[in-house]
Design a protein around this ligand. Structure first.
Ligand code: DQA
Length: 146
């Protein structure tokens, strides 16, 4: 009954980095909140963060057999075909989360190469987006998707 919470590059700096876009909460706060919600929902949340594309790819591979992945790919969302292929290759439902509203920002953030292979996408809900992401990814275990 495991879910992977996976954060990409620069998200280790959450709390000190551009708080206007990314909230003042730290990554540890996010991981604590999602883990606690997981307990309420009866799932165990495994947390990981990396600044390295290949390490993220391997974390996604490691999520085979898990109930879901809540993924903030950071900037890799905008151009990492390798990360996209990893998400596509594993059969684990994935929900993509962006803390900021990427569509209200620079145009290079408007594209996500990973989003088309995810089950759903959350952007602009602050760090609450991670909790929504956990609820959303678990939805696929009880609901059918078209
Ligand atoms: C982000 C948005 C990305 O464009 C940016 O590169 C990030 C954070 C977000 O959570 O809003 O690193 O994924």
């Amino acid at each position: 009954n495991r879910v992977l919470l996976l954060n990409g590059p620069n998200l280790n700096l959450l709390g000190e980095r551009d708080p206007e876009h990314y909230s003042s909460a730290t990554l540890a706060d996010v991981e604590r909140r999602v883990t606690e919600l997981g307990k309420e929902l009866g799932v165990s949340v495994t947390c990981a963060q990396s600044n390295h594309e290949g390490v993220l790819v391997e974390h996604v591979h490691g999520a085979r057999g898990m109930l879901g992945i809540v993924l903030n790919p950071g900037a890799f969302a905008h151009y990492s075909i390798a990360l996209r292929d990893a998400v596509e290759a594993v059969d684990t439902p994935c929900v993509e989360v962006h803390i900021s509203n990427v569509h209200a920002r620079e145009s290079f953030r408007h594209t996500s190469v990973t989003a088309p292979v995810t089950q759903g996408y959350i952007s602009g809900c602050g760090i609450t987006g991670y909790e929504l992401g956990l609820r959303a990814v678990l939805r696929s275990t009880t609901e059918r998707f078209g």
